[in-house]
Write a protein that binds this ligand. Structure first.
Ligand SMILES: *Cc1c(COP(=O)(O)O)cnc(C)c1O
Length: 390
């Protein structure tokens, strides 16, 4: 076994696929100490810069004083705290405009929330339709689910699959914002198909929540969608700056998850202090400070695209249109992506190179992510360093 694993690791190395972890010695922020070096970072999903916001940090401390460090048990035993309930009530209110009568359920991570939703709703007798570019945890949920799985690459393909499905129940699952591309799924079309074929539509809004829509309520609000068929998964460790996730849905769906979802039932509840900190974070997201930070992100996005476009086109690379602070620079070749990242690294700028299997073969890229705490000078520094590459 050890020889086999060593051999497999060598093969990955030969294909420039080895991943390394760097150690951050400071809070996540545009200026961060990574492996002991001060770096200008364009790599976190803390889009609004709330992970080290003084109000969120103070609420985390206050939450720890009030509730202690850990929850002590799973939600169904004794780990469900007042803070968890307050968080769920707030998230239910936030999502009620898009999901009438919504109830919300909090999870420790988005990975576990998606596993819960897909396995609990995709049981025996349910066909699960999964978008090709879905995040790994939706894919893993579909693998674990007892229902039949089908993968779709377009709205038309999904329509065909739904038409020929004879399953009594149907679940469609999609990312709202594709995490390696930054573009939005055609959610209105997918919802129309869900309505026509009596299906539920599970939407993973990991990268839209906090960033898109009125008051940062996310992709559904951004597109003005409203339906009882929507099941929304949002993460709270990205734009919300803390940790965890939620599922918001019709109350019957949420009750079903509480009663049957194994990745909800058989795990210790997240520390209540995190839920307490999230209440402060949600206030910021919905308030004036959130508006200001979202406006700054839009300015930075436009500046980055304008600055890079001529250079990118001259090399035959691509800067696909993105609706979000995720700005991919698609170069194709694994080694080209690594070389660019290494050059930036030498210039004190951290941008991750993303390679297969995270993205499709031949579409290796730099995944640039912007944060509201970046300045115009920061973006200019990135553009200058990239366009100086031979
Ligand atoms: C990050 C991410 C998740 C997982 O959320 P975690 O809270 O980090 O476990 C799920 N879906 C998408 C699209 C993501 O980008």
């Amino acid at each position: 076994m050890l020889d086999y694993l060593q051999q497999q690791l060598r093969e990955r190395e030969a294909q420039a696929l080895t991943r390394v972890r760097r150690q951050a010695g400071t809070p996540t922020a545009p200026r961060q100490t990574i492996d002991g070096r001060p770096m200008l970072a364009f790599c976190s999903n803390d889009y609004l810069g709330l992970a080290q916001h003084p109000k969120v940090v103070a609420a985390l401390q206050e939450g720890a004083r009030r509730y202690g460090a850990g929850s002590g048990a799973s939600h169904l035993i004794s780990g469900h705290s007042v803070a968890h309930q307050q968080l769920e009530d707030r998230l239910a209110d936030l999502n009620a405009p898009c999901i009438p009568g919504a109830r919300a359920l909090s999870f420790s991570t988005g990975y576990m929330a998606n596993l819960a939703a897909v396995t609990a709703l995709g049981g025996e007798g349910t066909d699960v339709f999964s978008e090709r570019l879905n995040h790994a945890c939706l894919i893993d949920g579909a693998r674990l689910a007892r229902g039949r799985k089908q993968v779709f690459a377009s709205v038309d393909e999904l329509a065909d699959q739904l038409r020929t499905s004879t399953a009594p129940r149907k679940l469609i699952a999609t990312d709202a914002v594709f995490s390696m591309d930054g573009h939005l799924a055609p959610l209105a079309e997918l919802l129309a198909l869900a309505e026509r074929h009596d299906a539920l539509l599970l939407v993973d809004d990991a990268h839209g929540f906090g960033v898109l829509g009125p008051q940062g309520r996310g992709s559904l609000a951004h597109l003005g969608l409203r339906s009882e068929r929507l099941v929304l998964m949002g993460t709270l460790g990205k734009a919300a700056g803390v940790a965890g996730a939620f599922v918001a849905a019709h109350p019957v769906v949420v009750e079903w998850l509480i009663q049957t979802a194994r990745s909800y039932i058989f795990t210790t509840a997240a520390p209540p202090a995190l839920a307490h900190a999230l209440l402060a974070s949600l206030d910021l997201i919905a308030g004036e400070e959130g508006e200001r930070r979202r406006a700054q992100l839009e300015l930075l996005q436009a500046q980055l695209v304008d600055g890079l476009q001529p250079w990118v086109q001259a090399r035959g690379w691509q800067l696909p249109r993105s609706d979000t602070p995720i700005q991919p620079l698609v170069v194709g070749d694994n080694q080209d992506a690594l070389d660019l990242a290494a050059r930036l690294d030498a210039a004190g700028i951290r941008v991750p190179a993303i390679r297969p299997p995270t993205v499709a073969p031949g579409t290796a890229r730099l995944r640039i992510t912007l944060c509201a705490d970046h300045t115009a000078d920061d973006v200019q520094a990135l553009v200058a360093a990239l366009t100086a590459c031979p």
